[in-house]
Design a protein. Structure first.
Length: 193
């Protein structure tokens, strides 16, 4: 009989699932989508591949679970920091700062790796839905500024943030990137009224 490392079997299973998801996120961040498979995730957690299948029935299911685990946490952080910031301009700044702070985080690097990955259709659709949720606080802040074409402006800002995040992931100073990105956004928004 397998050894249970928690007070209850349910807690044991929860702990294993959390460990598998963390290993999946780490493999995704460091090696890309193809590395997120039951054998590799099992090896990273000290479990046999067959044990991983007790939690996830395929590599796409494992990858989808990694997305479902990590993305909502990032979205919650963006939403909370943005909505608690005060004025619409402060909300834009909070969103940008939080998004670029996330770019330096290992989990965000894992999620960023998904943007260029060949994903199953269901996972790609869910990722698009989560991205839409992610930009919602920024759209509200931009709308609050009274900027014309708020949806287009928000989409362009998201594009700028993606480029800024990529430079951080590639090794640029997060502080420097954040400062320059905010300056560009402030100049663009003030001239767009």
């Amino acid at each position: 009989m397998p050894k249970i490392d928690a007070p209850t079997v349910e807690e044991h299973h929860n702990q294993r699932r959390v460990a598998l998801l963390a290993a999946g996120a780490q493999l995704l961040a460091e090696q890309g989508v193809d590395a997120v498979n039951p054998a590799a995730v099992g090896a990273a957690t000290g479990l046999a591949r067959s044990s991983v299948y007790q939690y996830f029935d395929s590599a796409p299911a494992l990858l989808a679970a990694v997305v479902e685990d990590a993305f909502p946490r990032a979205n919650e952080r963006l939403h909370a920091n943005t909505t608690n910031a005060g004025t619409a301009r402060q909300q834009v700044d909070a969103y940008v700062s939080t998004a670029l702070d996330l770019a330096a985080d290992r989990t965000h690097r894992a999620l960023y790796a998904l943007t260029e990955a060949d994903l199953p259709d269901g996972c790609r659709a869910r990722l698009m839905e989560l991205h839409a949720q992610q930009s919602a606080p920024l759209l509200l802040a931009v709308t609050g500024l009274g900027v014309p074409e708020a949806e287009l402006t928000t989409a362009l800002l998201i594009g700028m943030l993606n480029a800024a995040a990529r430079t951080i992931i590639e090794g640029s100073s997060p502080t420097k990137v954040k400062r320059r990105t905010l300056a560009l956004i402030h100049n663009g928004l003030s001239g767009n009224r």
